[in-house]
Design a protein around this ligand. Structure first.
Ligand SMILES: *Cc1c(COP(=O)(O)O)cnc(C)c1O
Length: 422
């Protein structure tokens, strides 16, 4: 397949090759990224990309669904088994669409929804004003406690009592601590709201039993499939049986046309992988690595939002170091360490150049790195931060990182055949 690509589109072939080299030659700390297995990559790149399958297994609009029905049913069954869910929908194209579908299944435009504000760690689709979710719904936003950087459940309850939302959203994109979904469930019940829990970031930890699961407490659980869960890019929904029909109708025909069957095939494979003891070890190591990295960063004088981490991610407040987030992210990238700048709660700086840096340990854990390497990475980050204006030092760290990465191979996807002439 790869040699066909080289033959027919050498430009794209070359770019994929370069991206493959970039991914293996850098330390990937973007908290939402990972490396899928070769099996997941193969399934995602299979002939299932050629098939239209509008509808659901057994109820399709087009013929030729013998295999697609079996694949999608397998994917649904594996989601239900891994997460203990009553109903699963594996068709959402992404986490954003999954959220949209969750809201449309439970509410109407104009209803009130209540989610975590973006600068406090929530996702755009939790009702932030530039997202459609913040325009078609009446959006109320809660925040983290300014003193602790964590949820103050009493405050959230007060806000819910005041606004009586139709939906409360629990979940985050930059929250380094455990989320008490049971508590969110109680708050939702007490005001007659539905609870939607978005576990996009932590799905792998939930699947492994290392983070409290929202499945028993939430009406609908939404997630991406490509973050800690380590599947192909996509989204999915789980729900109580009573919401199954509305959830399915919201996804198709409410928001989408034909599902991406190649992605669903990859999701099925990823869910089989998530149902193994190896996956539980991986998820446990993610948290160990994250805690070790956080400790080392604290030793280097970095200020961490909430003081540390319970999960796969760390949010650094860079104000005491006097380095803007974008500047550090760019310097780190030049040293082959890939991160993203991020808003911190009550950030005085604008979102495009915020005061924080977000890092996550899922991808490096997939490469086999352990606590020792996590500490080494924290040292690299510190060296770059202390020499953010010094190109020679950044260049030197970049060379060290390249060597460091070579001991931790990424899953082998892109095989350059040596018998094909250039
Ligand atoms: C990443 C993320 C999403 C969106 O996922 P996309 O696949 O990028 O659309 C939604 N919710 C949360 C909490 C996320 O972190």
């Amino acid at each position: 397949m790869i040699s066909a690509l080289e033959q027919y589109d050498p430009q794209i072939y070359e770019l994929i090759k370069q991206e493959s080299a970039r991914q293996s030659g850098s330390i990937r700390l973007i908290a939402s990224e990972n490396y899928v297995s070769k099996a997941v990559m193969l399934a995602t790149g299979s002939c299932l990309t050629n098939k239209y399958a509008e509808g659901y297994p057994g109820k399709r609009y087009y013929e030729g669904q013998k295999n697609t029905d079996l694949i999608e049913t397998l994917a649904q069954d594996r989601v239900k088994k891994v997460f203990g869910a009553e109903h699963a929908n594996v068709q959402p194209y992404s986490g954003s669409i999954a959220n949209m579908a969750a809201y449309l299944a439970l509410a109407k435009p104009g209803d009130t929804i209540m989610g975590l504000s973006l600068p406090h760690g929530g996702h755009l689709t939790h009702g932030w004003k530039v997202s459609l979710t913040g325009k078609i719904f009446n959006s109320v936003q809660y925040e983290v406690d300014p003193a602790t950087g964590m949820f103050d459940y009493n405050k959230i309850e007060e806000l819910a009592k005041k606004h009586k939302p139709r939906i409360i959203i629990s979940g985050a994109t930059a929250y380094p601590r455990q989320i008490d979904f049971e508590k969110f469930g109680e708050i939702a019940k007490s005001v007659g709201a539905f609870l939607v829990s978005d576990i996009a970031h932590i799905a792998g930890l939930v699947a492994a039993g290392l983070h409290q699961s929202p499945v028993p407490y939430a009406d609908v659980v939404s997630t991406t499939t490509h973050k800690t869960l380590r599947g192909p890019r996509g989204g999915m929904l789980m729900s109580k049986a009573e919401h199954a029909k509305n959830v399915d109708k919201a996804v198709f025909p409410g928001l989408q046309g034909g599902p991406h069957m190649h992605t669903i095939t990859g999701i099925a494979v990823a869910l089989a992988e998530a149902d193994t003891p190896e996956f539980v070890n991986y998820a446990g190591q993610i948290i160990k690595n994250s805690k070790a990295m956080a400790e080392k960063l604290l030793e280097h004088g970095f200020d961490l939002v909430s003081g540390g981490t319970d999960n796969h991610l760390i949010l650094i407040d860079l104000r005491n170091k006097n380095i803007p987030g974008k500047k550090l992210a760019k310097a780190l990238n030049a040293a082959n360490i890939v991160t993203n700048c991020n808003s911190i709660p009550n950030d005085p700086a604008p979102p495009f150049n915020p005061s924080g840096l977000r890092i996550g340990t899922a991808a490096v854990t997939t490469r086999g790195m352990k606590e020792e390497q996590a500490c080494q990475i924290a040292d690299y980050i510190n060296e770059v931060a202390e020499n953010v204006e010094n190109e020679a030092v950044i260049e030197k760290v970049g060379q060290q990182v390249l060597l460091f990465c070579s001991s931790f191979p990424v899953p082998e996807h892109f095989i350059v055949p040596n018998n094909v002439k250039k």
